[in-house]
Design a protein around this ligand. Structure first.
Ligand SMILES: [Zn+2]
Length: 293
């Protein structure tokens, strides 16, 4: 699927979608374990772009250009990575860097890579294969992520079945960054990190997941990370996905995201919604609705 990228303006910051892939193997029932608890009427309320039969999921990066810096939010799944437990990310060969180049960005131009969390589809392009070794794709960037999340996946006590892919990715996508001296591990405390960007604590999908808020000249946006996987969850924030590790926290963080977007009139730059992946949360009667923009 060919997705035409457009650049959104948030104050004086430009935000552009850099597509990697579209995953078409999910349905609402396979993605959302409680899907069948919805009534027929609730399912009927999902109309238009919120297809009730398929749950297409995109992997992508958000390119953020502030007045001072070139920033990437999350780095999708990456090429050439061995992913035995997630076949749809195994040994990919996709033209992500060409798409970045088409948006006017060369790897050396990137100043910061901000990660919402340390999962396979958010850290892949941190590194690329060069002469059999994993090297940082963005050699001049600071790679910024949660210290707590890093420690969690490092601790053998958490090396269980659920986390097996998150353990594998450490070796090829996180460690080479640390060894190159490019990692900046932070505490997720909601404070501004740089250029109006703040890591907001939205735990649940992962142990120390963050959504990244952007404010510029009175305008707001939210890089929501994986508090949502499909627009269906904007309408029904109580529905967790199969990928959410801590169920109650995931629900609370999703509801926080919906309310934040509504209150701040923030553009939501999602991590996995198809189409433009960007939109607004609007209130419709007692409910919320997702509108692509
Ligand atoms: Zn994800």
């Amino acid at each position: 699927m060919n997705i035409k990228s457009k650049t959104y303006k948030v104050g004086d910051v430009g935000v552009t979608h850099i597509s990697e892939s579209i995953l078409d193997g999910f349905t609402p029932a396979s993605l959302l374990p409680d899907w069948n608890s919805l009534t027929g009427r609730q399912k009927l309320a999902l109309s238009g772009s919120m297809e009730a039969k398929t749950a297409l999921m995109s992997t992508h990066t958000w390119l953020v250009k502030t007045r001072k810096h070139t920033i990437l939010v999350d780095t999708a799944a990456g090429n050439d990575k061995e992913r035995p437990f997630t076949p749809y990310f195994d040994h990919l060969n996709l033209s992500y860097l060409e798409k970045l180049s088409n948006a006017g960005i060369k790897p050396k131009d990137v100043d910061y890579v901000l990660m919402t969390h340390l999962h396979v589809d958010h850290v892949g392009w941190n590194t690329q294969l060069s002469n059999g070794e994993w090297v940082p794709t963005f050699p001049n960037a600071k790679y910024v992520f949660s210290k707590e999340e890093y420690k969690y996946y490092k601790d053998p006590a958490n090396h269980n079945d659920r986390n097996k892919t998150s353990i594998i990715i450490q070796k090829d996508s996180i460690l080479p960054i640390i060894e190159a001296g490019l990692a900046e591990m932070i505490y997720i405390d909601g404070s501004e990190f740089i250029d109006g960007l703040s890591f907001k604590p939205t735990p649940g999908h992962s142990i120390n997941h963050a959504s990244i808020a952007l404010s510029s000249r009175g305008e707001n946006a939210l890089f929501s990370g994986d508090i949502f996987h499909t627009p269906i969850q904007v309408l029904y924030p109580e529905l967790n996905s199969i990928f959410d590790a801590f169920a109650d926290q995931a629900r609370s963080s999703r509801l926080w995201g919906v309310e934040y977007a509504l209150k701040q009139n923030a553009i939501v730059f999602s991590s996995h919604f198809p189409e433009s992946s960007a939109g607004l949360v609007v209130r419709k009667g007692e409910c919320f609705e997702w509108q692509y923009i």
